[in-house]
Design a binder for this molecule. Structure first.
Ligand code: CMC
Length: 430
């Protein structure tokens, strides 16, 4: 008898099947052989929202949600956040190993030389209204890059792919900064190749008439750490979109735009913006208990709380809390922090949240730092999309190189009508 297997008896037919267990999963296709007769299609699995389905094998990011562990390519997230720069981590995620010194120099050089966007793309941004949401502008402009680089369609050419990866990682901060400048009516600032990734982003956001922009090093480092923490998170909603759209062999600009569209939703990356709205709505610390009581009564959700995978404190939230302290020493405390801490304190002692294992997630504190850094809530999800572009691209590459992957095409359980006769319009009643 095969030990690493399931022995299944179909009560409908009394037939038995041995289904191998592969890396703690069963292959859904192995169930197809379970049939009641020759006409039967065979068993499928039903898993709306992928609660218990592995859609791929991946060597990029490891999460143990019960223990609150997050690792990129085996390295604990806290070590990477403490010791690396964002571009070093980007290299690790994409290529599997930390770069040597010369690899890092080349990598930074490649990214830095792809930060400018075509002037026509810059003008494309002019078409948006002054009050357009930055995330809408970001998604559309990333998609528009597809028209500028038609060779990017050649997704099976590794060299072409790498070129687009450089372009995307280089250009997303530029696009993000331009959406911000557009909303303020300020002239766009060209990238400055002397500056690091986060510093250059700050330069494009905030430089005015001074000849050279000098970022505050504490704030630039905090932003770089936030980028590291947001770089990848295995098969989340937007990454799943990246892989699904990529599986149809769309070019990486369009895949990234699609993934960013998923990220913009309030249950995903849009949650950081919602957290700030929630804290503003609560207004003061003494109103926290009433707010929580209202949530428990079924009126909405506590934004920045809960996670599909983490049933423990999100390890990123811990590091963000630490980074927030560093930022606040420079910028002064964000008054919303007091409300957030009180919300966390009460929620973590409350049965409703304990029973459901609801803890602060990455979005709970990130918005408070972003606000202290000078960003408006509308920009928060764009700040998430910049680093996550790296994770999306790493996952996209892995998907394209995986011989088991095909176009993503789920099955369904059809619940509609059986075949019926067409009814002419005059017989359809009034
Ligand atoms: N506040 C109050 N109750 C909650 C919350 C919350 N934030 N999150 C989940 N619950 C309750 C939910 O109502 C359900 O209760 P019951 O069993 O009585 O029906 C239970 O907890 C299980 O929740 P679920 O909705 O089945 O969990 P899920 O895995 O489908 O959803 C989630 C995960 C992140 C969408 C959800 O927790 C949520 O909506 N949180 C608020 C939005 C948020 O912070 N999103 C950011 C996620 S982290 C970063 C990212 O992915 O971008």
């Amino acid at each position: 008898m095969e030990k690493n297997a399931l022995n299944i008896v179909d009560e409908r037919t009394q037939a038995s099947y041995v289904i191998p267990i592969y890396k703690r999963t069963v292959r859904a296709m192995d169930l197809r052989q379970i049939k009641t007769g020759a006409e039967d299609f065979g068993l499928m699995t039903y898993d709306p929202a992928f609660l218990n389905t592995a859609s791929c094998q991946s060597a990029i990011t490891y999460i143990d949600g019960d223990k609150g562990i997050l690792r990129y390519r085996g390295y604990p997230i806290d070590q990477l956040a403490e010791k690396c720069t964002f571009l070093e981590v980007a290299y690790l995620l994409l290529f599997g190993e930390l770069p040597t010194e010369s690899q890092l120099i080349d990598w930074i050089d490649n990214i830095t030389h792809h930060t400018m966007i075509h002037e026509t793309t810059k003008r494309f941004l002019e078409g948006f209204r002054y009050n357009a949401h930055p995330m809408g502008m970001f998604i559309s402009t990333v998609a528009a890059l597809s028209t500028v680089y038609p060779e990017s369609r050649n997704v099976h050419d590794a060299e072409v792919r790498l070129h687009q990866i450089h372009r995307l990682i280089g250009k997303v901060p530029t696009i993000a900064a331009y959406t911000y400048r557009h909303s303020l009516g300020f002239p766009y600032v060209y990238p400055d190749n002397d500056l690091g990734y986060a510093e250059n982003f700050m330069n494009m956001l905030w430089k005015m008439v001074e000849p050279k922009y000098h970022a505050n090093p504490v704030l630039a480092r905090a932003l770089d750490i936030l980028f590291i923490l947001h770089a990848d998170h295995e098969q989340n909603c937007s990454t799943n979109v990246m892989r699904a759209v990529g599986s149809a062999q769309a070019d990486p600009f369009l895949c990234t735009a699609a993934a960013a569209a998923a990220l913009s939703g309030p249950l995903h990356g849009g949650a950081n913006e919602e957290v700030l709205r929630m804290l503003a709505e609560i207004g003061s610390k003494d109103r926290v208990p009433a707010y929580i009581a209202n949530i428990k009564a079924g009126h909405g959700k506590l934004m920045g709380f809960g996670h599909r995978v983490y049933k423990n404190y999100d390890p990123r939230a811990k590091i963000i809390k630490w980074a927030a302290d560093q930022v606040f020493q420079t910028t002064g405390k964000n008054p919303k922090l007091e409300i957030a801490l009180e919300l966390e304190r009460i929620a973590l002692e409350d049965d409703y949240f304990i029973k459901r294992k609801l803890y602060p997630n990455v979005d709970f504190y990130s918005g408070i730092i972003y606000q202290a850094l000078g960003f408006k809530p509308e920009m928060f999800t764009v700040l998430f999309a910049i680093p996550r572009t790296v994770g999306w691209l790493a996952q996209w590459q892995e998907m394209l190189e995986d011989p088991e992957q095909k176009i993503a095409r789920p099955r369904q359980i059809y619940t509609g009508h059986d075949a019926r006769e067409f009814v002419p319009i005059e017989k359809r009643g009034v």
